[in-house]
Design a protein around this ligand. Structure first.
Ligand code: PMP
Length: 406
């Protein structure tokens, strides 16, 4: 499989060799690495992408969940161009930021106020910072398998490159462990959790766990932070609305910038209003591009045209059906694969005896699917975009049946 892949992709291999001279390992985004070399993608249109060798794929990865719109949307292109024509880097407040803020605050039950940043990573770090400074406490509970950005990664095997915060990393979905931590430690400022762990393999938190975190944070005066950078797409108001569990703070990112670099953190007025710069005890949060008009305007267009409640609900249902079909195909094949996830975000796992053999089997499946023009992450992540149609879904399952039979 590797030999076939290498033979098909000489230009991608050459692109990596060239990049190695100036980027460490030819890479500036660790999650994109996969052996023997990642594809170098030159362009995309709708739900299709084309690599530098001219091979085309149906894009079932959707930019690791950020690419919910598909590629080259004329509506987003117009919003971006209009904003650009009115000047970029305007050196002050603009009419755009309030438009985007009003939309996010209206959507998320936990958000009385919101602030913008340039990535989900930054948004999460700012949410943690706000929790620590408003509670006057030090420590943050996070969970094994959690991913909150390049500086807050708790996935086993991934090297930790953590911000200078004190994290207590507890087992995921284990309320007893959190109870014990609160019982012994009065310094817990916040609990930081993804309602579904995304990069950790699409592991869905139980409702009882999240509800338990809500009541533990209430009784101990700690801040509950939902990282909804991925799960915000599950409903108009994200997983918090779906579950009816309202955190104190929420972080979002990815698609809410309409495809441009984006992150946001929001929450209770009592926490967020500490960022009011006119206050004597104001917390500072600067950032040259926090309110850049290109992202703000494109995000507004994205919400109004694409991220409607009906569209998100339909995408959720489509994903549930897709994951069900995946598991049915795996079951029929007798091979030890399983897909986990929620709605339009899912992860394929292989269940063999060792982690290495499981990873190798999953990779074999992914190589087989790539050879048939179906693109998803080497680590098994699939994120359906709004651009994928029924015909592409049927094409995926035809290919899958053939690859499993092989
Ligand atoms: N939190 C979660 C749950 C994420 O999935 C990600 C990105 N994959 C982040 C935070 C970080 O966002 P960004 O990559 O924009 O920094």
């Amino acid at each position: 499989a590797i030999d076939k892949f290498t033979a098909k992709n000489p230009q991608s291999a050459a692109a990596l060799e060239r990049a190695r001279a100036v980027l460490p390992g030819g890479n500036t985004r660790s999650s994109l690495w996969s052996a023997p070399f990642p594809l170098c993608i030159a362009s995309g249109e709708g739900c299709r992408i084309r690599d530098v060798d001219g091979n085309t794929y149906v894009d079932f990865l959707g930019e690791f969940t950020a690419g919910i719109f598909g590629h080259s949307s004329p509506i987003l292109a117009r919003a971006l161009a209009d904003a650009h024509a009115r000047g970029i880097n305007l050196s002050s407040h603009t009419p755009y930021e309030v438009e985007l803020a009003e939309r996010l605050v209206a959507r998320f039950p936990s958000m009385d106020r919101v602030r913008f940043a340039n990535s989900g990573t930054e948004a999460t770090i700012m949410a943690i910072t706000a929790a620590r400074l408003t509670t006057g406490r030090e420590r943050i509970i996070a969970f094994e398998g959690g991913y909150h950005g390049g500086v807050a990664t708790f996935i086993p095997g991934a090297d930790r490159v953590n911000a200078p915060y004190q994290f207590d990393v507890l087992p995921f979905d284990d309320l007893t462990a959190v109870q014990a931590a609160f019982a012994h430690d009065p310094q817990i400022a916040a609990v930081l959790v993804e309602p579904m762990q995304g990069a950790g393999g699409c592991r869905v938190a139980s409702t009882a766990f999240l509800a338990g975190l809500r009541s533990l944070c209430d009784s101990h005066g700690a801040v509950l932070i939902f990282d909804e950078v991925q799960t915000a797409r599950m409903a108009e108001g994200g997983m918090q609305a779906r579950l009816g569990i309202t955190p104190d703070m929420t972080t979002v990112g990815k698609f809410f910038g309409g495809g441009l670099a984006f992150g946001a953190f929001g929450g209770r007025a009592s926490i967020m209003d500490r960022f009011d710069p006119a206050r004597p005890d104001a917390l500072a949060h600067a950032g040259t591009f926090n309110n850049n008009s290109l992202t703000m305007a494109t995000g507004v267009a994205a919400i109004d045209h694409y991220l409607t409640p009906a569209a998100l609900e339909a995408l959720f249902e489509r994903g549930e059906t897709f994951r069900g079909r995946l598991n049915a195909a795996f079951g029929a094949s007798g091979l030890p694969f399983e897909a986990t996830g929620l709605g339009s975000i899912m992860n394929i796992h292989a269940r063999l005896e060792t982690a290495d053999s499981s990873a190798a089997l999953r990779r074999l499946l992914q190589f087989g699917m790539m050879a048939k023009g179906q693109y998803f992450a080497a680590r098994g992540l699939i994120a359906l975009s709004l651009a994928i149609g029924d015909a592409e879904i049927e094409g995926f399952f035809t290919a899958l049946t053939e690859v499993l039979a092989d």
